[in-house]
Design a protein around this ligand. Structure first.
Ligand SMILES: O=C(O)CCC(=O)C(=O)O
Ligand SMILES: [Fe+2]
Length: 321
């Protein structure tokens, strides 16, 4: 496989993973060392002092916020339950206006997350992203870089073992734990989705959209030119995939065109805006999906003002291994 050809696909981290795996298999056959893989996936380098100097996202530490601001300690950042309860009431009263069933097992919870909570999610991701196991930028052997920064919470993907593990293979960093606030948010989104499906008289909720307890979260940050090629999320355990345990995805910042379908050819589109939650589980767990466009300068002004989020889109996907 010639890695140089892949730089035409900026933002496609899943393809990068696949290519790395193929490379691993090839190395196995050729008996070469794992250094080859190390050169495919860029290492995180540098020191903590660099963290604010990396405005281009070119160095080691990636700050998802654009300007130097005081990084709050994690314990001082709490999601506000009252705003969620208000949101929940509003959403359930408005019914389909806020929740769209895109297909069986796939729900779009529009503007589900309050601005205050979006700001807090940005603050938490910023803090975690600057620390050990934080954001890194996958790159290619030819020096090309993807327009996507990535961070794993809970477990890290190991392309050599083709499985999730407790350390990041590129630098040995332990992935940060998934913050409790995030877990509560996912739980609430699933509960609200169940309540909504129940209102629509769906009899077997657990078949339609199983509950899950996430232990993996992939945090992606897309620049305005970032994208993610069509792929299936199928790296979780066989049992998780077989049971259709959902992927819960949170979008913050610029809007994005998200494409999805049963195969690569017949895809539908949905625009994901800041604060939206997208859930796909049950019989939609294996959909092909990807991000084709980031719509620049669509981050709500209030979120920009309160969080200083840099231009682009933050996305968190939660899964259960
Ligand atoms: O950014 C998104 O909306 C999707 C991310 C995704 O599919 C993934 O991380 O596997
Ligand atoms: Fe995905």
């Amino acid at each position: 496989m010639d890695f140089s050809c892949l730089s035409a696909e900026p933002g496609d981290c899943r393809r990068l993973k696949d290519q790395s795996v193929h490379a691993t298999r090839r190395i196995g056959k050729l008996g070469k060392s794992s250094k080859f893989i190390d050169s495919v996936i860029e290492r995180r380098q540098g020191s903590q002092n660099q963290m604010d100097s990396d405005a281009s996202g070119d160095g080691a530490f990636f700050d998802i916020c654009s300007v130097k601001t005081y990084v709050k300690s994690l314990s001082s950042i709490q999601l506000e339950t009252p705003s969620h309860l208000k949101n929940k009431e509003k959403m359930l009263n408005c019914g389909a206006h806020y929740i769209n069933v895109l297909r069986p097992g796939m729900l779009h919870l529009r503007r589900y997350i309050s601005v205050a909570d979006q700001v807090k999610i940005v603050e938490i991701c910023r803090k975690l992203g600057l620390g050990s196991g934080g954001f890194y930028q996958p790159g290619y052997r030819n020096g090309g870089k993807l327009n996507l920064k990535m961070m794993y919470l809970g477990k890290s993907w190991d392309p050599q073992r083709f499985g999730y593990g407790d350390v990041r293979p590129t630098d040995g960093a332990k992935p940060p734990s998934i913050p409790d606030e995030f877990l509560k948010l996912v739980e609430r989104a699933l509960q609200d989705s169940h309540a909504y499906l129940k209102k629509l008289n769906n009899a077997n909720l657990e078949d339609m959209l199983p509950s899950m307890n996430p232990d993996i979260c992939i945090v992606n940050f897309y620049s305005e030119s970032g994208r993610l090629g069509l792929h299936q999320d199928k790296e979780e355990s066989k049992e998780s995939l077989m049971r259709g345990l959902p992927v819960v995805s949170i979008s913050i910042g610029d809007s994005a065109e998200f494409v999805y379908g049963d195969d690569r050819k017949n895809v539908e589109k949905v625009v994901l805006e800041s604060g939206d939650v997208l859930i796909f589980g049950g019989c939609s767990r294996h959909i092909y999906h990807g991000v084709t466009t980031i719509f620049g300068e669509t981050t709500p002004q209030i979120l920009l003002r309160k969080s200083n989020l840099r231009p682009g889109r933050l996305n968190l996907t939660f899964r259960q291994y």
